[in-house]
Write a protein that binds this ligand. Structure first.
Ligand SMILES: Nc1ncnc2c1ncn2[C@@H]1O[C@H](COP(=O)(O)OP(=O)(O)OP(=O)(O)O)[C@@H](O)[C@H]1O
Length: 416
């Protein structure tokens, strides 16, 4: 079977529909004449490529599973093209009066594909094809409902639960997945919307009002759901706060209103997930305390662990490339991780980075992305350094981060 590669062409805001149709041929010709790496982003704006500059902003080349070449060989690959424009409006908050003359945000909406989520998918690194599998699950769900597969025969709830330790990319992955799906299903949906429910603020105050708020919020969501040309993705972050609210009620520390709020939310979810254009994502970093009623509703329960050495390497590699681009680090090529996996000869700096990755095992993705910043701020004097100096500074920043983590873990233990 011929392997596939997905290539996304992101058009400039002012490109018209004629450009959409004619651009693929022009981009294909351009790409065939340069070296294109799988899982890479080409920013046309920055590169100043005159043939594409007027209409194309960015080209995103997807991963190619089980592919052993380091460049995209167009002669032996089937290309799936996706041409689109990004929404530039950014998030819109839904605020409600909290009774103390202040406003609380109960949900946030983003129109998809959004400029705020550009490259998020490409910058998340997990092992075991987690991203590809989630994409396939979601595409299968949509295909089954489009083809009218009976839900009573083949059960499919359209609910994803991503759980795991803090800072492992759960929220980012849900958002990036919603964006990717909108792009992949561009022939089925004209656009998408991501509605992020702030469950924490919904359950933390004035429970007697919250039941009404849940219903109000969902009546807005239903307005979107009715338009079958829009893919509606609902994200419930920190879903464990549902269980927390219910348990507090059972132990008598909160009024029984809280249980009504949890039930109102679950009922509303049950109603909207019947629609063929809806997907529900939930995240939790406390797996053991997620409400079982919610766990039961999830078709896909994906655990996201702390990054492996390979994933850490990719995170650091992307950070270093960014700083090379910004002329903060001297331009020097670091071999990709695939090169190291095949035991090929590599530079001293690449080995230094690999050792640093091994030392960083146990840090979350969130901590890893802070390391280059800490290295530059705390352990370097000038504004420009060579790669070796920078990696040495990163090493010190990793030691500091590990020390701080064990210090706070110790405090937590003492307070138990
Ligand atoms: N596997 C990963 N690869 C690359 N970046 C990652 C990874 N995991 C986390 N990050 C980065 O860490 C930051 C935090 O991620 P995010 O908020 O999605 O984590 P989370 O699991 O939802 O955290 P929390 O449970 O605390 O809400 C983001 O900037 C994200 O890009």
């Amino acid at each position: 079977m011929t392997p596939n590669v997905d290539i996304e062409i992101i058009l400039n805001e002012y490109s018209n529909n004629t450009t959409m149709k004619s651009i693929i041929g022009v981009v294909q010709k351009y790409l065939e004449n340069i070296i294109v790496r799988p899982n890479s982003v080409i920013n046309i704006d920055e590169e100043g490529i005159s043939v594409l500059n007027n209409s194309v902003k960015t080209i995103i080349v997807g991963e190619i599973p089980n592919y052993n070449k380091s460049f995209v060989d167009f002669k032996h690959l089937k290309v799936n093209w996706f041409v689109y424009k990004l929404d530039t409006d950014g998030p819109v908050e839904q605020n409600e009066d909290d009774g103390d003359d202040a406003q609380t945000t109960i949900s946030t909406q983003i129109t998809l594909p959004s400029v705020t989520l550009l490259n998020m998918w490409e910058n998340l690194y997990f092992d075991n094809n987690i991203k590809q599998n989630l994409l396939k699950y979601a595409e299968t769900m949509m295909e089954f409902s489009d083809k009218g597969v009976d839900n009573n025969v083949i059960s499919c709830n359209r609910v994803f639960l991503l759980h795991g330790p803090p800072g492992t990319g759960k929220t980012s992955l849900c958002k990036a997945l919603a964006q990717k799906l909108t792009i992949r299903m561009g022939n089925r949906f004209s656009s998408g919307i991501l509605i992020e429910i702030n469950s924490h603020s919904l359950f933390s105050r004035w429970f007697s009002e919250s039941g009404k708020l849940v219903n109000k919020m969902f009546s807005r969501i239903n307005d979107f759901v009715e338009n079958r040309n829009i893919l509606v993705c609902v994200l419930i972050d920190e879903v464990e706060s549902l269980a927390h609210a219910r348990n507090q009620c059972l132990s008598g520390t909160e009024p029984s209103d809280s249980i009504r709020v949890v039930n109102a939310l679950l009922t509303q979810i049950d109603q909207i997930k019947r629609h063929p254009n809806v997907l529900i994502f939930a995240t939790s970093n406390m797996t053991e305390s997620i409400d079982l009623a919610f766990v039961d509703r999830a078709d896909i329960k994906q655990y996201l662990d702390m990054p492996s050495v390979q994933a850490i390497y990719k995170v650091y590699h992307s950070c270093i490339n960014e700083l090379i681009k910004a002329k903060i680090i001297q331009d020097l090529i670091l071999e990709p991780i695939e090169h190291l996996m095949n035991d090929q000869p590599h530079s001293a700096e690449t080995q230094q980075l690999l050792d640093l990755c091994k030392k960083s095992l146990g840090l979350s993705g969130r901590s890893l992305r802070k390391i280059p910043f800490l290295a530059h701020a705390l352990y370097l004097n000038g504004s420009f350094s060579n790669l070796n100096e920078f990696l040495t500074a990163m090493d010190k920043a990793v030691e500091k981060e590990i020390w701080e983590r064990s210090y706070f873990a110790g405090l937590k233990q003492e307070n138990k």
